[in-house]
Design a protein around this ligand. Sequence first.
Ligand SMILES: [Fe+2]
Length: 266
Amino acid sequence: MIKFASESLTAQVITPNVLASNLLVSEQSHNRIGLYSASIQTLINSLKNIADPTPELIKSVVTASNISEQDLMPWADFDHPVEDSYGRKLVFDGGHFEIMVMSWAPGDFSAIHDHGATQWGAVQCFGAAEHYIYQFNHDVLCTLEAAHYLPGMVRSVDHSLIHQMGNSTSQPFLSLHVYGCVGARKTITGDARIFDLLENRIQYTDGGVFFCLPENQINRRTGSLKADAETTLRHHRCMGDRLRRILEVAPNPWAETTLARLTLIN
Ligand SMILES: [Fe+2]
């Protein structure tokens, strides 16, 4: 049985831009859910009222909500810090589910990761994202399939999903992410696993699943990780790209040393 979020909606998140442009509505209705676009309201209300969520059901709910990239622009963050692998904004915290928007500037790639306590969810991508699904058995990470997105495509998310997405096109785009679990949690995607093939360890983080996380964003490390050649090559290419971007902005001895290590083993 799903525990529903509070009707007071006190946990929701609204950006200052949205707040300002909808102030009149807010004053009239005192209903903060009214600050979101109609399609996002549809999604929130649907997620609140689903009695028995499954990944496939959430995929159909996201599709039926008919959300456009324009609806998500208040949460766009293409100019995110270069140390972040992509932009990441919380749109709505429903207690047992959360809605997020990720921003993918050209060249942005997530690390290989899972989704913490997530049991069900869906991702709608508004660009032609590169997307890879992995399997992890007996400490060995392998590429299971390339499952690239077409613009507008929705894919389901389940607890076992280990994946990586990114933007290898020349245009920025957004993606919409819904993650949910049984019962309310502080963060549903907290303590997500990052599969770091330079360290050959699994890192756990409560924040973005970025390459080269600073120590204060890594909760702990486990395992002795191995990977097939295809996965290792892709991991090192993406990590190297991020390190070069960091070094383009400012001198960084740690990034320089890490890039040298990466180049040496390639
Ligand atoms: Fe993900």
